[in-house]
Design a protein around this ligand. Structure first.
Ligand code: NHW
Length: 418
């Protein structure tokens, strides 16, 4: 989904005051923009809200409160420019996304109307280890910033951002990473969305895609047909016992990108990658002879509400998440052979990811995927054309808060944000 809100460069009343690089700044040295400070020098009182509102912590372990958060987002979160689709993160998904190891309730920041306690705005932070170039940051991943539609353009977003920043500072965290469709000062990377049709008929009916001139629906259905069975020998669902090997494999593969997460513990890997019902799916390749895990891939579900369509109310999308291939030693030594091996292996693996998405769809009502989405990051450009992904009109910008960082090309981005 492409978010709107592109502004004139330079005219950012709020962002011009923040420790982020400004447009036009030429970055040569990496490092913090403002210093970290001890806890007792961090502002102790919450920022002031307009008088009819109050702060709250949204307790997402509580069914009532996670439902309130779900309701706020399902009606008010990100839409595309033409207001045809709106992200519809499910409650189980939000629980998963917001409760990684080390998660903090104080970083699930809500705003309620004081009189009736209605939840009208939200922003979240979750702890993560993310490397940019050579530095590993223990930072905050910011996500799910949302202000109710009726309260837009009242400068509430800057207050939410300042408050979550203050709460990060209180925990000794002075850097953050976030992504947005909106262009703000100043993206460290920009990736493009690609889409692979699984259910072309529905995508056309939802106005998500068109039948190309000179083609027919029958031709599209044929073009996008997916095999029924996996082709990679040894491919199976990931299990908890695989975590130590998957951790090694993932960290090694991710080390070649300029911005990427670091999976520090088996718990991190289990949280993010073990299959979680109706949320995330992961598959590993176990070498039939050695029983070593040589590759893995994962994808998550994120449906969008279809706005104002007579026939469909929801579009179900699978999103490519993390993956890795282990390059055998003889190919690894030579960069040409390495690339050739990776391209071939990854293409076959991702062909199976499409098969897996189809298989999941057969057994699940909530994850009946119509489309498989991926960004132009990691090694995705190696399989995008062969597997019939097409470019979308959405872009995703990556930002670091309080860290100057040289620009990163999409194929050097190894971080996937939810
Ligand atoms: S991006 C998704 C953001 N959410 C949506 O698009 C949902 C639908 N839209 C809304 O709810 C993933 C509202 O339009 C929002 C803005 C709330 C977006 N990021 O209150 P005002 C994330 O969640 C700036 C950052 O009047 P509004 C990542 C805008 O440029 N800033 O606007 C979130 C302007 O500032 P400027 C954004 O429409 C990362 C100011 O807000 C933004 O009623 C957050 C206007 O405020 C966005 N997506 O509410 C940053 N959209 O300077 C984290 C607009 O230009 C930073 N703005 O005048 C790090 C913090 C932690 C640090 C720790 C050390």
């Amino acid at each position: 989904i492409k978010a709107s809100g592109q502004k004139d460069m330079g005219s950012h009343q709020f962002w011009n005051t923040q420790p982020v690089p400004q447009y036009g700044e030429n970055i040569t040295e990496e490092g913090p923009i403002e210093p970290s400070v001890p806890r007792d020098q961090v502002r102790q009182e919450p920022y002031a809200l307009p008088k009819e509102f109050e702060w709250c912590e949204v307790d997402i372990t509580n069914e009532k409160e996670i439902t309130e958060l779900y309701q706020l987002l399902t009606l008010n979160y990100v839409e595309d420019d033409d207001a045809q689709f709106r992200f519809d993160y499910s409650a189980p998904f939000l629980k998963w996304a917001l409760q990684p190891p080390g998660w903090k309730k104080s970083w699930h920041v809500g705003v309620r109307v004081s009189s009736n306690k209605k939840l009208v705005a939200f922003i979240s932070g979750t702890p993560a280890a993310v490397r940019s170039h050579k530095t590993v940051h223990h930072l905050t991943e910011i996500n799910y910033l949302c202000v109710h539609k009726k309260l837009r353009s009242k400068r509430l977003a800057p207050v939410l951002i300042k408050e979550v920043t203050r709460r990060s500072h209180l925990e000794g965290v002075f850097q953050a990473v976030y992504t947005a469709g909106t262009v703000l000062p100043k993206p460290v990377a920009t990736c493009r969305y690609y889409h692979r049709s699984l259910n072309p008929k529905k995508l056309v009916e939802c106005n998500f895609s068109r039948v190309p001139r000179g083609s027919t629906m029958a031709a599209m259905v044929k073009k996008f047909k997916v095999a029924e069975e996996f082709s990679t020998p040894g491919l199976r669902e990931m299990k908890a016992e695989d975590a130590p090997q998957v951790k090694e494999l993932a960290n090694k593969y991710l080390s070649k990108f300029d911005v990427a997460p670091v999976f520090e513990t088996d718990d991190d890997v289990c949280h993010w990658l073990l299959p979680t019902k109706d949320v995330v799916w992961s598959y590993v390749v176990e070498d039939p002879k050695t029983h070593k895990i040589t590759d893995f891939f994962s994808f998550y579900t994120l449906p969008s509400s279809v706005i104002g369509n007579a026939k469909h109310s929801s579009l179900n999308a699978a999103y490519m998440f993390y993956y890795a291939v282990e390059v055998p030693e003889k190919e690894a030594a030579d960069s040409y052979d390495n690339t050739r091996y990776t391209k071939q292996r990854l293409t076959e693996l991702m062909r199976d990811a499409l098969v897996a998405a189809k298989k999941v769809s057969e057994y699940s009502l909530t994850a009946n995927f119509d489309v498989f989405n991926a960004l132009s990051l990691m090694d995705n450009s190696m399989f995008i054309d062969d597997l019939k992904f097409g470019p979308g009109d959405g872009y995703l910008n990556y930002y670091l808060y309080n860290w100057r960082c040289r620009e990163i090309k999409p194929h050097k981005v190894g971080l996937v944000m939810l």
